[in-house]
Every structure is written in structure tokens, then in C-alpha cells.
Write a protein that binds this ligand. Sequence first.
Ligand code: ATP
Length: 321
Amino acid sequence: MRIDLRNLGKTYDGDRWAIRGLDLTIPSGSICGLIGPNGAGKSTTLRMLATVMRPSEGEIQFDGRPPEVDDAELRRAIGFLGDGNPLYKHMSPAEYLRFFGECFRVPDKELAAAVEDMLVTFDLVDKRDAPAGSLSKGMRQRLLIARCLLHKPRLLILDEPADGLDPRGRSELRTILLRTRERGTTVLISSHILRELDDLCDQLAILQQGKLVVAGDVADIIERYEVRRFVYELRILPPTGPEGAGSERAREVLVGHRALIESSGFEDGCETITAQIPGGEDRMADTLAALVAAGVRVVTCSRVRSRLEDVYNRLSEDRVN
Ligand SMILES: Nc1ncnc2c1ncn2[C@@H]1O[C@H](COP(=O)(O)OP(=O)(O)OP(=O)(O)O)[C@@H](O)[C@H]1O
């Protein structure tokens, strides 16, 4: 499902805007990450996308058409995990999933298999008949996400889904979301933990204080900001004798060339140094020549690509500056 947001805005009190002037297109079948600090307007945007809250201004189009009033057909095509989803404490996972399957009109003959599939996928088979109130926080979260996927939505909206999940649960969620995209479902996911979205999203929208800061294809965004950031990792062999140049000498040469050393370590018999080189590739070529001339035994010198986190930090710095 393709989503178009045009000049979308929401004010809760008619005075302050939780989000305003949001223009965004999310291509069908992509995973779009919504990133922003607390209060940026992520949950508000997702609630409007899930059609559980009306925009104060602007419009949302789903596959090119705005929702109708109480659009049950559209809602059945959406799976939504909002913030604050109560479970029914006395209902077991199997009962809970069956109940929501019926609400979403999953055909009777498919429902039992769909429930079973979700219990297996979200590792809840052992707890299938236990009251939800007795589940751990992570299990409850898995059950809530399972509920959103049970009816095979065409649009999946997850507000901070990794909350409460342990590292294994987070990694499994990632795999499930990638599989969901393969089925052609559009996925929207919010988080303020950037590492969770790195390597998962193909689209990104960064919100700050109710405004869109940057949006688009993740690779393009990283590429755009990468141009201004040159970080290299050097692998250096130990010196051949006591007079030889080792990592200490390498550091001196790097600092002499105004490099900013970010980290260093030891790997596979080599010292590693990661450094930011001001001025880009020309400067790195000169610095490398100087290292070799100083007798430093450089084995490899490779550029370290930015991660989403670097881009986000860079954007925040720009705004503060
Ligand atoms: N139900 C509400 N009533 C009044 N104001 C609200 C309501 N929900 C959110 N807001 C306000 O709207 C703004 C955006 O909040 P929102 O929850 O959308 O941000 P968020 O990016 O999801 O934040 P978080 O990461 O903390 O969940 C905030 O100033 C918040 O106080």
C-alpha cells in the first residue's frame, strides 16, 4: 500500500502543533522508519496513519485515495501497534489472537491456522493457554505484535515495537519485518533507537519538534551526508624491529595531518586505528603517503561508511549550530 501525506498537521489543543506541514510519500512495500526524540510527533503521525485519529489539517491518501468516514475496509487492511495497548489480563494468547482474528474478519477456516502460525512465529506456543496477565513484558509485547500481523495487513504500523524485547526478541522482530515486507506489506516503524532501524529500513523520515527534518531513501540520505564525513580504518602490522614504526608513530603522523582519532584496537595480529580525516580523499591519500614514508606498515586503509546514527547526530548538530 502506498501512502501519501500532504501538509498533514495535528493540534490537540488548537494552539500548539504536535506535527505540522508534513509532506511524505512512502512507496508500497517499503519499510519506513520514523525517527525523532521524545515529543517529536511520531506517535501522533502514526495514530493519524492508522485512522484512529483525524488530522487537524492536510490529508492522507492510501493507494491514492483518502479514507472514508469509519472506513472499515481500510482499517481491516491495517495492523496497528500504538503506544499503550492494553491486553485483556484473563485472556490467553490463543484466545486473544482468535478474538482479534474475528474482529478483523479472518475467515473461519483460516483462523485456527493463522493463530497457530502467530504463536509459533512469536515463540508463544508454551504460553498459548496462560492468562496474558502472567506473561513477561517481552512476551506481552510479542503477543501485541502478533495481533497486528495475524490478519496479514497491507499496511503495518508499529510504534516503538522493540520496547520491552530482549536482544533475541529484537533480532527476531527484524527478521519478521523483513519477511513481512517480502509479502508486499508496507511497514512503518517508529523508534528513537537508531541502531534498531539501521539495515532494516529502506525509507526514513526524521522528525524534530513537530517538523520533518529529512526524508527519503536511506541509502540516498546516508550518501548525501557521507560527502561531508570521511572516516577511515587503518590496519597496521607491528614494526619489524625495535627501531621500526608502529602504531605510536602512526598516531603522531595522523595527528600531524589534523586527523581526529576515533578509536583504536587490535585485530588479527594488526593494530587498527579509525580516524576522521578533514578534507576528504585527497587528504587521506597524502596522509597515507606520509604514514608509509614514516615506515608505518599499513596493510589496509578502508573508508568506514556512515550509519543512520551518524547522519542523525550530524543533523542534530546542524540544527543546534
Ligand atoms: N493525547 C494528547 N493530548 C495532548 N497532547 C498530546 C497528546 N499526545 C501527544 N501530545 C503532544 O504532542 C506532541 C507530540 O507527541 P507525540 O507523542 O506524538 O511524540 P513522539 O515523537 O511519539 O514522542 P515519544 O517518543 O515520547 O513517544 C507532544 O508535545 C505531546 O505532549
